[in-house]
Design a binder for this molecule. Structure first.
Ligand code: SF4
Ligand code: FES
Length: 237
C-alpha cells in the first residue's frame, strides 16, 4: 500500500491510508499525549478526553489526533502554545473527577503520568464528581470510583474489544459513574473476568487486586500483559 507523506512537528512521517494522526505518530516513534485512545485492535477512538489535541495547518480549531485521519501533505504541530495550554486544561478538568486521596493512591497510573507531563495542576478545579464507595465484590478486580475520570475507555474495551458489553456509564452530571449490568455490583454481574477494563483503565480506578495488594502499579497498560485474576495465562478470550 502506498504510504502518505505527512509532517509532525517538522518531521517527515510516512503514514498508511486510514491511519489516524495518533497512529501514524506512534508508528513513527513519536509519543503524542493521549488517554482514551488505544492501539488495541477493535478499539475505536471515542475522542472523549481531548488530551491529544494538536494544531493542523489549515484547520481553525485544534483537532483530536486520535480521530483525525492522515491525508497527503497534512502538517501537524503538537508543541504550539495553544495546543500545550488546551491539553493542560483538558487534563486539569479530567483530574477534577478524582478525589485528592485517589490522586495520591494512583500516583503511578498513566493518567497521573500525563498530569506530570503536561504540567497540569490536579487541584485547579477542585473535585466535581460525587464520592462513591469502592466495589470489591469481584474476586480479582477492584473498582475505586473516586479514581474514575469517566473517560469511558473500560466500556469500549468491554463492549468493542471483548464483546462482553457488561460496563456502562450510568447517571448524569456529577453522578455519572461506571456501572455493571445497569446496577449490579461487579462480582454479581455478567463480567467474564477477561481483565480488559483493568488493562485499559488509565487511572487505576479499575485495577487487579493482586497488583494493588502487592503495592505495584495501579493500572496495567502494556499490550498483551495479562490481568486475568484466575489463571494468568493471558488467553484474552
Ligand atoms: Fe475511564 Fe477507568 Fe473510569 Fe473506566 S473506570 S471510565 S477506564 S477512568
Ligand atoms: Fe484523543 Fe482522548 S486520546 S480524545
Amino acid at each position: 500500500m502506498n504510504s502518505i507523506l505527512i509532517e509532525i512537528d517538522g518531521r517527515a512521517v510516512h503514514a498508511q491510508p486510514g491511519q489516524s494522526l495518533l497512529q501514524a505518530a506512534a508508528a513513527a516513534g513519536l509519543d503524542l499525549p493521549h488517554l482514551c485512545a488505544s492501539t488495541r485492535a477493535g478499539f475505536a477512538p471515542i475522542g472523549a478526553c481531548r488530551t491529544c489535541l494538536v494544531e493542523v495547518e489549515g484547520a481553525p480549531d485544534l483537532v483530536p489526533a486520535c480521530r483525525h485521519q492522515v491525508a497527503p501533505g497534512l502538517r501537524a504541530r503538537t508543541d504550539t502554545p495553544r495546543a500545550l495550554k488546551v491539553r493542560r486544561l483538558a487534563v486539569e478538568l479530567l483530574a477534577s473527577e478524582m478525589s485528592a486521596e485517589a490522586v495520591a493512591r494512583h500516583r503511578d497510573s498513566p493518567f497521573l503520568e500525563l498530569v506530570a507531563r503536561t504540567g497540569a495542576d490536579p487541584e485547579r478545579f477542585g473535585r466535581r464528581a460525587a464520592s462513591r464507595a469502592p466495589d470489591a465484590s469481584h474476586p480479582g478486580i477492584l473498582l475505586d470510583p473516586d479514581a474514575c475520570i469517566r473517560c469511558g475507555k473500560c466500556r469500549m474495551g468491554c463492549r468493542d474489544v471483548q464483546v462482553n458489553g457488561v460496563i456502562a456509564l450510568a447517571g448524569r452530571g456529577s453522578e455519572l459513574h461506571v456501572a455493571f449490568d445497569a446496577g449490579a455490583v461487579m462480582g454479581e454481574s455478567r463480567c467474564a473476568s477477561c481483565g480488559e477494563c483493568a488493562q485499559v483503565c488509565p487511572t487505576g480506578a479499575l485495577a487487579p487486586k493482586a497488583l494493588l495488594e502487592a503495592g505495584g502499579r495501579s493500572a496495567v497498560t502494556a499490550e498483551g500483559e495479562t490481568v486475568c485474576p484466575f489463571c494468568s495465562v493471558g488467553c484474552r478470550v
